[in-house]
Design a protein around this ligand. Structure first.
Ligand code: PLP
Length: 354
């Protein structure tokens, strides 16, 4: 039975990528060796790393614009502190839109003054705050483009004089933006890019070198840049599969085509959430995420029947995060519209049963 994988991350990846990745595990480029058992200093792996870094910049439209890409380890959570370690001299501005922003704020406070310019916490993060002021003298402004848990997404980014740092872990490569408005973008691989284990960091180089503190080598972006993302042994397999996924994005029309597909999927599901009296969306309509749709059932007595319907239909990973409850449908790049149609059908079947 075909599975429809709505997991929030790790999550669905393109099936074509798995086939190629399996080949790379067994016998990389007819070398008789696995990609996992060759040196990261070998020409074969250096090529993988270089192509992954270049292709990331190419897809984001950031080639030849002063940006460099890194594939680091320790997840996006490490970037919460690494960004502050490298950029926070005196004070920084943060927009608090959910669990991940809150965690980034907690880490940044270890390094200097943090100004929370706005927060949607009082409404359990069901919207994106707007019309807030960002002081002109901050070292940088930090935001989270997509809130994986609460299902909200920033549609309009503020105009900021200071450098802009953005956690794009759950919507990187999913929609077109003017990425040159951002000075540092980070994203854990395990949503739209590949397996857990590596984190893409895209940096405009001229924002570095402005803090007074000493930075340990492993946490210093400059050190990683000087070594072309090979300061220590990179997560070779995760970078390799990320490269295959980046190629898949490019071969399937790039970010523009991903965005079109993602909007079609999201429109289909949100239309049913709004039409069907048995369901109610969690996030404010204008801030709804195209990646993670959060919704609740309006009649709890029907929950058991709905859970059976979607599980019987081959749907996986639909339960909401504990801080929101209800359901969360994560519709990353690799999810087909057919899977969304199956989910919508189960929602309609529940209505017909009632
Ligand atoms: N930021 C966002 C938006 C996320 O969705 C996640 C994880 O789901 C993280 C950060 C943390 O990522 P990691 O587990 O790679 O540290």
């Amino acid at each position: 039975m075909k599975k429809h994988n709505y997991s929030a991350g790790p999550c669905i990846l393109p099936q074509e990528v798995f086939k190629e990745a399996a080949q790379g595990i067994l016998d990389y480029q007819d070398s008789g060796l696995s990609i996992m058992e060759i040196s990261h200093r070998s020409a074969a792996f250096v090529d993988v790393m270089e192509e992954a870094r270049n292709l990331s910049l190419e897809l984001l439209g950031l080639q030849n614009k002063g940006y460099k890409a890194l594939f680091l380890q320790s997840g996006a959570s490490m970037q919460f502190l690494m960004t502050a370690y490298n950029l926070l001299n005196k004070k920084a501005a943060y927009l608090n839109t959910g669990t991940w922003s809150s965690k980034a704020i907690k880490e940044a406070k270890l390094f200097g003054e943090v100004i929370e310019v706005a927060s949607s916490k009082k409404k359990n993060f069901n919207y994106i705050p707007k019309n807030y002021q960002i002081p002109s003298d901050v070292d940088y402004f930090h935001c989270t483009s997509n809130n994986t848990i609460f299902g909200t997404q920033i549609k309009d980014f503020p105009q900021v004089d200071a450098p802009v740092v953005c956690d794009m872990s759950s919507d990187i490569f999913s929609r077109e933006l003017d990425f040159s408005k951002f000075d540092l973008i980070y994203a854990g691989a395990q949503k739209n890019m590949g397996p857990a284990g590596t984190t893409l960091v895209v940096i405009k180089e001229d924002i570095l070198g402005k803090v007074e503190r000493e930075i340990p080598s492993m946490l210093n972006y400059k050190v990683h840049l000087e070594k072309d993302s090979m300061f220590n042994t990179p997560a070779v397999y995760a970078v390799y599969v990320s490269l295959l996924t980046l190629r898949w994005i490019k071969n399937n029309g790039g970010i523009a085509a991903m965005e079109k597909r993602n909007n079609e999927k999201a429109n289909l599901l949100y239309k049913e959430i709004d039409r069907n009296p048995l369901f109610k969306g969690f996030a404010e309509v204008e801030d709804r995420s195209a990646m993670n749709a959060t919704f609740n059932i309006t009649d709890e007595s029907k929950k058991e029947a709905f859970d059976k319907l979607w599980k019987d239909a081959g749907i996986n990973g639909l339960n909401g995060h504990r801080s929101v409850g209800g359901y969360r449908a994560s519709m990353y790049n690799a999810l087909d519209i057919e899977s969304v149609k199956v989910l919508v059908e189960t929602m309609q079947q529940l209505e017909q049963q009632s």
